[in-house]
Design a protein around this ligand. Structure first.
Ligand SMILES: O=C(CO)[C@H](O)[C@H](O)COP(=O)(O)O
Ligand SMILES: [Co+2]
Length: 217
């Protein structure tokens, strides 16, 4: 079954621990932390302190999505704070291979994210160095954006490219009850959802809707 990773970006920052408990009850598997630096993307969000503060509140898998420049300078801090995986933006990495190795060296799963305009060929020679590839289905920086349909053939091509490698394909941006079955059928194994989880009155029901086998479109 596809894993659901609610994005804290759309949670209530004044009561994060309560929102984490809710998604845990709702059957979410991972918790997605969107880290933005105001340089790589035009927005500022959270740092390792938030990861650390929530670490003793839940057993959920902590999935840290870095949308920052010079991510190599922050890997250790996020690993120490309790990240289970750290995903860097390929476009922010001059030495992507080294950064992926550094991440694994810290005992953390290594992920790489691709912006909508970035081709899969960028990761062709690091496929054995990653545990997760994140296909951005919106331009990074903000929650609540519309899903970019070109992500679907990209996910299909990535699934083919990965072959038998045990690498998760994560999709992030504009995932809701309509787009979730489409990306799952294309080969995605982890779906990030912010608005479609925390923007709904019933968070538990919202997570169930994202896991449904039924195609709504
Ligand atoms: O990485 C992100 C934005 O850069 C977020 O994870 C993503 O936008 C989730 O929000 P939503 O589900 O509302 O689209
Ligand atoms: Co994200």
């Amino acid at each position: 079954m596809v894993k659901i990773a609610p994005s804290l970006l759309s949670a209530d920052f004044s009561r994060l621990a309560d929102d984490v408990k809710k998604v845990e009850e709702g059957g979410a598997h991972w918790l997605h932390f969107d880290v933005m630096d105001g340089h790589f993307v035009p927005n500022l969000t959270m740092g390792p302190q938030v990861v650390k503060s929530l670490r003793n509140k839940t057993d959920l898998y902590f999935d840290v999505h870095l949308m920052i420049e010079n991510p190599e300078n922050y890997l250790e801090a996020f690993a120490k704070a309790g990240a289970d995986s750290i995903t860097v933006s390929a476009e922010a990495c001059t030495h992507l291979h080294r950064i992926l190795q550094m991440t694994r060296g810290l005992g953390v799963k290594a992920g790489v994210a691709l912006n909508p305009a970035t081709p899969l060929s960028v990761i062709e020679y690091v496929l054995d160095d990653v545990d997760l590839v994140l296909i951005m289905s919106v331009n990074p920086g903000f929650g609540g954006q519309k899903f970019i349909p070109a992500a679907v053939p990209k996910i299909r091509a990535l699934r083919e490219m990965l072959g038998e490698r045990p690498v998760d394909i994560q999709v992030d941006g504009g995932i809701n009850a309509e787009t979730a079955p489409v990306v799952r059928d294309a080969g995605a194994s982890v779906l990030v959802a912010g608005t479609a989880v925390f923007g709904e009155p019933d968070v538990i029901q919202a997570i169930k809707m994202l896991q449904t086998e039924k195609k709504l479109v």
